[in-house]
Design a protein around this ligand. Structure first.
Ligand code: PMP
Length: 383
């Protein structure tokens, strides 16, 4: 069977999360916002417990956590929810990077249509957008800086600590898309200064279709984000709609597990990466990593194998392992990755690049032997 090595697209659900969710589906009836009976109270207990579990993992208050359908929605609310405030205050400048997820890129483009000016900053060859580049772009009328923590394609960690520290003094709102780091780079996310943060449960063994937008209070006040959908007062009106109790419970459980296990998970992921790098070295293939590996998360590798088309490699090695050549959200487009392009990587190298991403619960032996098979296939494909 093919070994799944595409965790950055979506990680398999943790068995313990699934069991907890099944229990909720079986035993918790009702709407968490019903106030007239015990069923509502019980559903609300599950939701509020999950809110505490998310908050604990980020070391924030539970009233700063707002459940959404996932990071796409969180990013949309964080950015487009600032429209009214930005227009009213005459703050119509937004800074982001050219390597953000489309949920950020397309949200800021929607803001451009409403008269906002957006700077899209490029990374250098390392895959990082320097803090200086970001901070030099800040103006008096800058409303928002939105920078992802870890890039989903390259795995490269962005300098959010430095950016957050500097922005705090400038009264500019800072949004972090932490979808690829949440539950993994736990210490960093507990200490970084930010106003808004987006995440999705399914990247850390939780269910698909649920996530959170974190809005940090400053002097007891939430950031000036308005809802972008209307229809109910759930989640303080920030995200109307019936709360999916079992999904939210699953997110909470995944956070509880990550809180206990993230350190050992990162160690195991690093071990796996070392094994894969060792196999690459021994393979005799000519390869290079996309992005400076000193800044790469230990569960991702974006790799160019010289002379081997990624499309051909992915198809020919499918029976051994399942990898990708970029974000699943764009994988039906045949355009070269915009992330690798922005890093200054030549198109030919991009066409020969694959992304491999894994999790800690996988067996090192299985990953290692499936990757070895992929490398053997690569050798046969060199032209
Ligand atoms: N941001 C980043 C960095 C991501 O990797 C993803 C998922 N690929 C998202 C946002 C969107 O997450 P979701 O599809 O769960 O809404």
């Amino acid at each position: 069977m093919s070994v799944y090595l595409d965790f950055n697209s979506s990680a398999p659900i943790d068995r313990r999360v699934l069991d907890y969710m099944i229990d909720i589906y079986k035993n918790t009836v009702g709407n968490a916002d019903s106030r007239t009976h015990d069923f509502g109270d019980n559903a609300r207990k599950v939701v509020e417990n999950a809110r505490s579990q998310v908050a604990r993992l980020l070391d924030i208050n539970k009233d700063e956590v707002f459940f959404t359908s996932g990071a796409t929605e969180s990013n949309n609310i964080a950015i487009q929810g600032l429209k009214e405030y930005g227009l009213k205050e005459g703050k119509k400048h937004i800074i982001t990077t050219s390597i953000e997820h489309k949920a950020v890129l397309e949200s800021v483009k929607a803001m451009e249509k409403d008269g906002f000016e957006v700077n899209f900053l490029d990374p250098d060859f390392s895959g990082r957008v320097s803090a200086k580049t970001v901070l030099d772009a800040v103006r008096d009328d800058t409303l928002l800086v939105s920078v992802m923590h870890v890039n989903n394609e390259s795995g490269i960690i962005q300098p959010i600590q430095e950016i957050g520290n500097a922005l705090e003094e400038k009264r500019v709102l800072f949004h972090i898309d932490a979808t690829q780091s949440f539950g993994k780079l736990v210490d960093e996310l507990q200490t970084v200064k930010y106003n808004m943060l987006s995440m999705s449960a399914h990247k850390i063994g939780g269910p698909q279709g649920v996530g959170a937008l974190v809005l940090r209070k400053h002097r007891y006040k939430l950031p000036p984000v308005k809802p972008i959908m209307y229809g109910g007062q759930q989640e303080h009106g920030i995200r109307p709609g019936t709360i999916p109790v079992a999904l939210v419970g699953g997110l909470g459980k995944a956070c509880e597990i990550a809180q206990i296990e993230h350190k050992q998970n990162q160690d195991k992921c690093r071990k796996i990466k070392n094994v894969l790098v060792g196999e690459l070295k021994d393979s005799g293939l000519k390869y290079r990593f996309n992005g400076d590996q000193n800044y790469c998360i230990p569960s991702t590798m974006n790799l160019c194998i010289d002379g081997v088309s990624s499309e051909a490699l992915m198809i020919s090695s499918k029976q051994y392992c399942s990898v990708s050549n970029g974000s699943a959200c764009n994988s039906n487009s045949y355009k070269p990755s915009y992330v690798l392009t922005a890093m200054g990587i030549p198109e030919e190298q991009i066409n020969n690049s694959i992304r491999i991403s894994w999790g800690a619960e996988e067996s090192i032996d299985e990953i290692s032997s499936s990757f070895n098979n992929l490398l053997q296939v690569a050798k046969d494909l060199i032209w």
